[in-house]
Each structure stands twice: as structure tokens, then as C-alpha cells.
Design a protein around this ligand. Structure first.
Ligand SMILES: *Cc1c(COP(=O)(O)O)cnc(C)c1O
Length: 395
């Protein structure tokens, strides 16, 4: 036993925690001040990222993409701080997301990427949502709704330029261009939209090809504002900005072009509390399936966070957590509620109650995503509601 490193301060559950506003939050219905895992959302950084996008894309307007509960961070606080930062156009994917956002943003322009499927039309009109129409049949349905309600309806129209996902095909585009007066009867086109497939790769040839196809399409169509770029396109330069850009991931602190310097600040931190520090000898295994075997006498820490908190099981034996600026590798399998890290080389004292970071100020979304075999988008949208959420700087 003498060759085992000693826990530097033992198992002291009474040790004071560095940050614990939860202690003061009994009024919020929390039943215990002990906080296993915490998601901190820095809303002032979200607002600042909106302004960074404005500086990078100006004079183009910046619309915020808040689909999927604002990429998992919470659409209500996100919309509130984006509105306070001056954002007045938003994109959501689903009708239900648009209806929820309408309550939060009574005056904003809200675009619905799913478009106008026939049974969505009455709700779109009732909530003053603008569908991003993805086909001639959706255009026809929206035009018919304008006729039926004897009103003019705003529309965005999505032209496919190489994604082959949604949007008018080249044949539909020719048809629309040849007979736009008939097709667009009763409609006011407020935005021509297309979407880039490879904007996170500045060298990709498809970027330039999609840009040329979009320009060609616009030249065939009645004049209206245009939008090609999401977060990645903002970084591709002026030519890609047109009249409006629609960032999502960049606002939430993701790097629109991984590998390049990220001009957007870190909005989210996911942290967890170390529950136990323990010694284990060379040759011992760690966790379910005994998938990790210690190569030396080791100091292990078990943190109160697992895949039920939205962290990927694929981080087993792959990712790291940060303690200050040091990284402790995840050893063994990530389980539902817990993960174990190797503290042997961590220079600072770690004890029960020490906080570790899964991502945030030290570990970027891209770093944890890569370690887990995924992308920053999926890290955010997979976050569960179990980790306690703390919204800082609510406007
Ligand atoms: C999700 C989405 C966006 C936002 O993309 P980011 O890469 O997160 O900036 C913009 N436009 C469309 C059509 C989308 O589906």
C-alpha cells in the first residue's frame, strides 16, 4: 500500500464549495443545496456573441436561430437576452417552437424552417409566423391561404443550391421564375433563403458553387432580401452575407469553423461535483465492464455526472474533465449518474466537493464533441434537464 499516492485532503464532505449559490436558493423549491451537476448559462456572453455576429456580418441583419429550445440552452432566457441585445428576427424549425416563441417575442419576425405543411397553415397565420416555404406545393398552399383570408401573407422561400435536403429544386426554381406572378399571388416575399452544406470548411469547393447558384437564382426572381449564411457562412466573408445571416451555434459559443480561432465567447459551462476520491492499485479495473485497467497505482475521483445528464457514453476512456486548467482523463465507462477520472497527475488538491468541468472555460464544446465522436451541436441539444441550470445576467 505504501506506493499508493495519498488523497491530498481526504474525504471531506464538509469542505466548503467554491461556488454554491444553490445554498441560498431554498426559495426556488430545491430540496438540497448539494449540487451534483450544474449547467451555467452566461446570458451576457450570448448577447455579446450576437453583437460579435453583427460586427462580422454588418451591414447584413443578424437573425438568431433558436430552434430546439435554443440548442438546448433554454429558449425563454435565450430569447429574452437576444431581444434585449436588439435582435428582432428569429428562426425556429417546428411550428410548436414558433408558437412558444411568439409568446416570448410578441413583435419579432419569426421564421419557421419546416415551412407550411397543409395542416400547419391556420396556426401559422394565427401566430403571425412566417413559413420558409420549401416547395412549389407549399407556396401554392400559402398563396391559397392568402386568397382565402383575403390578406397578403409574408413568405420566405427556400431554394436548394446543393444541400439536397429541403428547398425548391432547379426545375421548381425555373417554374417559379417563369410564372412568379401566378405562383406568388397574395404573397409578399420577405426573404429568399438557401443553406450551405460545408460552411464549416472554408476550403470546400461546394461553398463557391452554392454561392454562384444562389446569385443565379436571385437574378431570375423578383427582388427581395436574401439569406445564405448560418454561423459558418459568416466566417466565409462579405460575399456570403447578403441581407441577413442566421447564426445558431456561434451565438451559443460553438466554433463555426473548428480548427480556426473562435471569435465567439463560451456561453455554457457544465460542471460536476466529485463525490469520492479513492486510491486503486496497479492492475485494478474501473467501472462497468472493467474496460479500463490501471497501469500504475492511481488516485481516482468519481464525479456526479453521467449519460443521463446528456454527456455521451462514448466519452468512456476517451474524454477528459478540467480541474482548473489541468485535464484529468475519464477512465472506465461513463455510467448513468457517474463518471470516474484519473487524478494521479493533477497538481491541485482534489477532494469530495471539488468541482470539475466537462466543458466551458477550459474545455471547448469542440474538444468534448471530438472526444465523444460527435459535434458541438449534438453536445448542446443532448443536454438533459437533470443538471441544475443557473442563468447568469438575465436581462
Ligand atoms: C440550423 C440552421 C441554421 C443555423 O445553423 P448554425 O450552423 O447553427 O449557425 C441556419 N439555417 C438553417 C436552414 C438551419 O437549418
Amino acid at each position: 500500500m505504501t506506493d499508493l499516492p495519498q488523497p491530498r485532503t481526504g474525504f471531506d464532505l464538509t469542505a466548503p464549495r467554491r461556488h454554491c449559490p444553490a445554498m441560498d436558493r431554498a426559495d426556488e423549491g430545491m430540496i438540497t443545496a448539494f449540487e451534483a451537476a450544474r449547467l451555467t448559462v452566461r446570458l451576457s456572453v450570448l448577447a455579446e456573441n450576437f453583437r460579435v455576429a453583427q460586427r462580422l456580418a454588418g451591414p447584413a441583419e443578424v437573425a438568431s436561430v433558436v430552434k430546439a429550445d435554443a440548442y438546448g440552452i433554454g429558449v425563454a432566457p435565450a430569447a429574452k437576452s437576444l431581444l434585449a441585445a436588439g435582435c428582432d428576427s428569429f428562426f425556429v424549425a417546428r411550428l410548436e417552437e414558433g408558437i412558444a416563441l411568439r409568446d416570448l417575442a410578441p413583435e419579432a419576425r419569426i421564421f419557421v424552417l419546416d415551412g407550411a405543411q397543409p395542416d400547419m397553415v391556420p396556426a401559422l397565420i394565427a401566430h403571425r409566423l412566417i413559413p420558409v416555404l420549401n416547395s412549389l406545393s407549399e407556396i401554392a398552399a400559402w398563396s391559397a391561404a392568402a386568397a382565402a383570408t383575403r390578406s397578403q401573407l409574408d413568405a420566405a422561400i427556400h431554394i436548394d443550391t446543393g444541400m439536397n435536403r429541403l428547398g425548391l429544386s432547379p426545375a421548381e426554381l425555373s417554374d417559379l421564375a417563369a410564372e412568379h406572378v401566378r405562383h406568388l399571388s397574395g404573397l409578399r416575399v420577405v426573404l429568399w433563403v438557401s443553406h450551405l452544406a460545408c460552411s464549416d470548411e472554408p476550403e470546400a469547393k461546394l461553398n463557391g458553387l452554392q454561392l454562384e447558384r444562389f446569385k443565379t437564382a436571385l437574378a431570375m426572381l423578383p427582388a427581395a432580401p436574401a439569406s445564405l449564411s448560418a454561423s459558418g457562412g459568416i466566417m466565409l466573408g462579405k460575399e456570403y452575407h447578403f441581407d441577413l445571416v442566421r447564426p445558431g451555434i456561434a451565438l451559443y459559443g460553438g466554433n463555426p469553423q473548428p480548427g480556426q480561432r473562435n471569435p465567439f465567447g463560451s456561453v455554457l459551462s457544465l460542471t460536476a461535483t466529485i463525490m469520492q476520491v479513492r486510491q486503486a492499485g496497479k492492475g485494478e479495473s474501473v467501472g462497468y465492464g472493467a474496460s479500463y485497467r490501471l497501469k500504475r497505482p492511481s488516485l481516482l475521483g468519481t464525479a456526479a455526472l453521467g449519460y443521463a445528464d446528456g454527456i455521451f457514453r462514448s466519452l468512456s476512456n476517451s474524454g477528459s474533465v478540467a480541474i482548473g486548467t489541468a485535464r484529468a482523463p475519464i477512465v472506465g465507462r461513463v455510467s448513468m449518474d457517474l463518471l470516474t477520472v484519473d487524478l494521479t497527475d493533477i497538481p491541485t488538491a482534489v477532494h469530495a466537493g471539488t468541482e470539475v468541468e466537462l466543458f466551458g472555460q477550459t474545455i471547448s464544446l469542440e474538444e468534448i464533441a471530438t472526444a465523444g465522436g460527435t459535434i458541438a451541436y449534438e453536445v448542446l441539444t443532448s443536454l438533459s434537464r437533470r443538471a441544475r441550470r443557473h442563468y447568469e445576467d438575465m436581462p
